[in-house]
Design a protein. Structure first.
Length: 111
């Protein structure tokens, strides 16, 4: 049985204690404090509100009707146009579902 030399033991202890000492002596991150809003936050909130309102439901219904009409005539279309029609149907369904769920549910807990 081999007994570890003092040199190896010292290296092992140093490797184990160095990260622990560095973690204990670190200062808190300056970015962790709550700062102001980002410059694009207001624009994103406006976009979110636009995608969930009544206008979004009307636009989604129009997209779905137009895309389904294109899907019916898809045997006369080329591959790229067929793909775009399918994407239109999918996006209309996804955005319509989001708008429907938002209008049916309440936001937050009611106390």
């Amino acid at each position: 049985m081999r007994v570890p030399s003092a040199h190896r033991l010292r290296d092992t202890i140093a490797a184990a204690t160095l990260p622990a000492l560095m973690a204990m002596s670190s200062t808190p991150a300056h970015a962790s404090a709550g700062g102001g809003s980002m410059p694009y936050s207001s624009w994103l909130q406006t976009l979110k509100a636009s995608l969930q309102g009544e206008v979004a439901q009307i636009i989604c219904i129009a997209i779905i009707v137009g895309s389904v009409g294109g899907w019916i005539a898809s045997n006369q279309m080329e591959g790229l146009l067929q793909t775009l029609v399918r994407i239109g149907v999918g996006m209309g369904i996804i955005l319509g579902t989001t708008a429907l769920i938002t209008s049916l549910s309440t936001s937050g807990a009611l106390v």
